[in-house]
Design a protein around this ligand. Structure first.
Ligand code: PAF
Length: 282
């Protein structure tokens, strides 16, 4: 595995692959890699001749009171895991390489509509930061495929919409969420939780599952299902941010005519914000 920090070196390696007719898949990450990320790399390997993984803790997608400074950084372990998977390039740019003129004057990509509400509502500017850095990574790596986890379901839909709207020649691949045996969705932010809290956090997936079962059994009283789910989370000690039943592909509020849903949830456990979702087809 080649570790590359300079944009110039990255571009010259990509150019050489292109000239040799090789296809490329990109897995963008912020590091602190776990089995969920590794499953993205494994998927990428099945799609393309060469796999590039990026690790960049993107300051543009963090709000003022969020965990940018404390975001877990575990580069040595990440490198080892990626080398074991025979990743071709690990791209680890500096903040200065990605935003040479600073964030104040940085051009940006905004994806209206699908970015609004849910995490976009609670984290203003978050998806602008995600869409901007992902566009830059697409322009740097020029991948045929890019893999994103379904755990960040709204992010996946934002990136798909952006690639379509801006005619970026990349196929966006969603990869199913990896879970602990307890059902807890794997996330770098789980590292902030004590083992007791990890146990408590499983209520999020259990509540999503319960709601999914209700939908499957024909209960379409969406508002009541959402309110009941929030009450369950609260009684377990979580502070729900949102728990919403949405149309799977548009993320608009579900209607009685819909058959494909996604239930999206975010909740705080102490200061840790957990997100998860479940797709349901009835
Ligand atoms: O999901 C993430 O880790 C980040 O939002 C991403 C896609 C790497 C962009 O910084």
């Amino acid at each position: 595995m080649q570790s590359i920090t300079e944009i110039k070196s990255l571009r010259s390696q990509i150019r050489a692959w292109r000239q040799a007719g090789l296809s490329v898949a990109l897995v963008p990450t912020m590091g602190n890699l776990h089995r969920g990320h590794f499953s993205l790399v494994e998927k990428a390997k099945t799609l393309a001749d060469k796999v590039v993984v990026s690790i960049f803790v993107n300051p543009m997608q963090f709000g003022a009171n969020e965990d940018l400074d404390n975001y877990p950084r575990t580069l040595d372990a990440d490198k080892q895991g990626l080398a074991d998977l025979e990743t071709d390039i690990l791209f680890i740019p500096s903040v200065e390489a990605i935003y040479p003129n600073g964030l104040g004057v940085q051009s940006f990509v905004d994806v209206p509509g699908i970015s609004m509400g849910y995490c976009g509502g609670s984290r203003p500017g978050h998806f602008k930061g995600v869409a901007t850095v992902v566009t830059k990574l697409f322009n740097l790596v020029q991948p045929d495929y890019a893999c994103f986890g379904e755990k960040d379901f709204q992010q996946l839909q934002v990136v798909k919409t952006m690639a379509r709207d801006l005619s970026i020649p990349v196929e966006i691949i969603g990869v199913p969420t990896m879970r602990e045996v307890s059902g807890l969705a794997m996330s770098s932010r789980n590292g902030y939780l004590s083992s007791d809290e990890k146990q408590t956090a499983t209520i999020l997936f259990n509540t999503l599952n319960h709601c999914a079962q209700q939908l499957k059994s024909g209960n379409k009283a969406f508002a009541t299902l959402e309110a009941d789910a929030k009450a369950t989370l609260e009684s377990a000690g979580l502070k729900p941010d949102y728990f919403s039943i949405a149309q799977r592909d548009t993320l608009k509020a579900a209607t009685l005519e819909d058959t494909r849903f996604v239930i999206l949830a975010a909740a705080f456990l102490g200061s840790v914000r957990l997100i998860d979702n479940i797709q349901v087809e009835v």
